[in-house]
Design a protein around this ligand. Sequence first.
Ligand SMILES: NC(=O)c1ccc[n+]([C@@H]2O[C@H](COP(=O)([O-])OP(=O)(O)OC[C@H]3O[C@@H](n4cnc5c(N)ncnc54)[C@H](OP(=O)(O)O)[C@@H]3O)[C@@H](O)[C@H]2O)c1
Length: 252
Amino acid sequence: MNKQPVALITGVSSGVGYATTLKFLSENIYVAGTARRAERLEQLQQHNKNFLPIIADVRDTSAMQAAVDQTIEQFGRLDLLIANAGLGHRGSIIESNWQDIKTLLDTNIDGVLHSVRAAVPRMQDGGQVILISSIAARMITPYAGFYAASKAFISSLGRALRLELESRHIAVTDVLLGRVQTEFNEKRLGQPGRGGSFPPAMPVENAANAIFRAYQKRPKQVVVRWVDRLMLWGNIIIPEWIGRKAMKQYKG
Ligand SMILES: NC(=O)c1ccc[n+]([C@@H]2O[C@H](COP(=O)([O-])OP(=O)(O)OC[C@H]3O[C@@H](n4cnc5c(N)ncnc54)[C@H](OP(=O)(O)O)[C@@H]3O)[C@@H](O)[C@H]2O)c1
């Protein structure tokens, strides 16, 4: 059996997933990466022969099962899942388009569940699941409530999963990202032009490096920047004030 660690990363065709794939490949870790855009996966394959491109929609249970099968067939093992694929959304809880809400929840909740439930049974004991969540999961976020709730769902699930997988020594790490410079805002569903500007977005490489450190150190939770930790503290001490500030940004 191959001795090198093997990671399966979802959503590698852009942003955090793309940069994280490059980081892991540069550290001699084999990566199987999923997304729907084939041409972006081909670009990654050109970078490194240790990359396996897999076209798969995270909303499709059988596609994620097949992605795990392909990973193990190609590399002989699976040590790490990074459940990264995700979408944003802005809009009111009452008025948002129902199809947008369904797409968001299918991607951010069902997509992560399909990935985790396909990968964990075939993962090496001592492996790791890294969930890419958001600081929004811990905040009051009017007009971004569906997105925040989708991430809170996954963070909550991660806390339970950690204990369930303890006997197999599989670590579960919840990465709460703040704003990152990616295509995320352009592709966000719902009402346009409500991105907000504070705090400024971090370079995507910073997120990728933090995810790699999370792989090395296996903490329960990661918040990458001090300004994001400050926002989370603010949300404990003065949650309503922070919520109203967020509303100003997101309501437009
Ligand atoms: N950027 C931020 O400010 C920020 C902040 C906090 C948390 N996050 C989280 O970070 C993660 C990555 O986002 P990003 O900023 O890197 O955004 P991004 O550049 O838009 O990347 C999203 C990735 O997810 C994939 N994806 C989306 N829907 C998919 C589906 N149904 N099936 C398979 N793949 C799918 C996309 O690939 P295809 O379209 O090719 O399928 C793409 O590779 C997300 O979970 C997001 O919630 C981002």
